[in-house]
Design a protein around this ligand. Structure first.
Ligand code: SAH
Length: 246
């Protein structure tokens, strides 16, 4: 029986792959990869390795997840080196933990290769440090999606200095309204960073009030950051920023 490597592919820039991820990819027989994995990352696998896209579209997650379980098990039991490649870090909303648990329950050995998560790297690249002495002592990373369309529980995050929301683009207005209702200032700075670490990266700086009023156009994938650290970008970056602070 071979191993399954659960590997983080980083946020998009292929240079943000770890050396360990490269080594493991070079030895892969099968690579099961997610939608957010950059094509250049797959080039590290040998030409003979089987490449299987297993990205999930909205509404078919559970069916695809069962198929991923089946494929991992089948290939591992056939003695192949399986790389389960995920965007960012495998354990930040990647269902990597669930996949590990499934493999463990079926007697398959797992090796983990952490990745650079978009939650931290994408704001950082955009000139938004998640902590900063005197400005923010900590951050929370939370999903804006919520299993089964559960409402965003803003009361839990009202007092968090830096809030990093992944998968939050679609429900951004609802989330911003909930955060204001929970006590955050409408004028609080917000950033959306689309496609961070790629040549298509785009940063929008705005306020909670503008997002709540549906005035901010953003396309996924984007990291949604709320908090005073967003305002530091002005002191760090020289380039022009798209500002949408109505
Ligand atoms: N495991 C991944 C996150 C998976 S959830 C990680 O650690 O990065 C998918 C969400 O991640 C997207 O909806 C978006 O919010 C964020 N994301 C991933 N890659 C991104 C990128 N390059 N730029 C901006 N957001 C990104």
């Amino acid at each position: 029986m071979s191993k399954v490597y659960i590997v983080g592919a980083g946020p998009g820039d292929p240079e943000l792959l770890t050396l360990k991820a490269v080594r493991v990819l070079q030895q892969a027989d099968v690579v099961l990869y997610d939608r957010l994995v950059a094509p250049a990352v797959l080039e590290w696998a040998p030409p003979t390795a089987e490449r299987v896209p297993v990205g999930k579209r909205y509404g078919e997650q559970e069916r695809v997840q069962r198929e991923i379980y089946r494929l991992m098990l089948e290939h591992a039991r056939a003695g192949r080196a399986v790389v389960r490649l995920k965007g960012g870090d495998p354990f930040v909303f990647g269902r990597g933990g669930e996949e590990w648990r499934y493999l463990a329950a079926h007697g398959v050995t797992v090796e983990v290769v952490p990745g650079v998560t978009s939650a931290l790297a994408v704001p950082g690249l955009a000139g938004i440090p998640l902590t900063f002495r005197g400005v923010s002592r900590g951050f929370v990373v939370v999903t804006g999606h919520g299993a089964g369309g559960a409402p965003f529980d803003a009361r839990r995050y009202a007092g968090v200095e830096t809030l990093v929301i992944l998968m939050g683009v679609r429900r951004r207005a609802e989330i911003a309204r909930a955060l204001i209702a929970a006590g955050r200032a409408p004028a609080e700075p917000v950033a959306f960073v689309e496609r961070g670490s790629t040549p298509e990266a785009r940063v929008v700086i705005t306020t909670l009030a503008a997002v709540a009023a549906h005035r901010v156009a953003v396309a996924p994938p984007a990291v949604f950051v709320v908090g005073p650290v967003v305002a530091l970008r002005d002191q760090l970056m020289r380039e022009e920023t798209e500002v949408n602070a109505c």
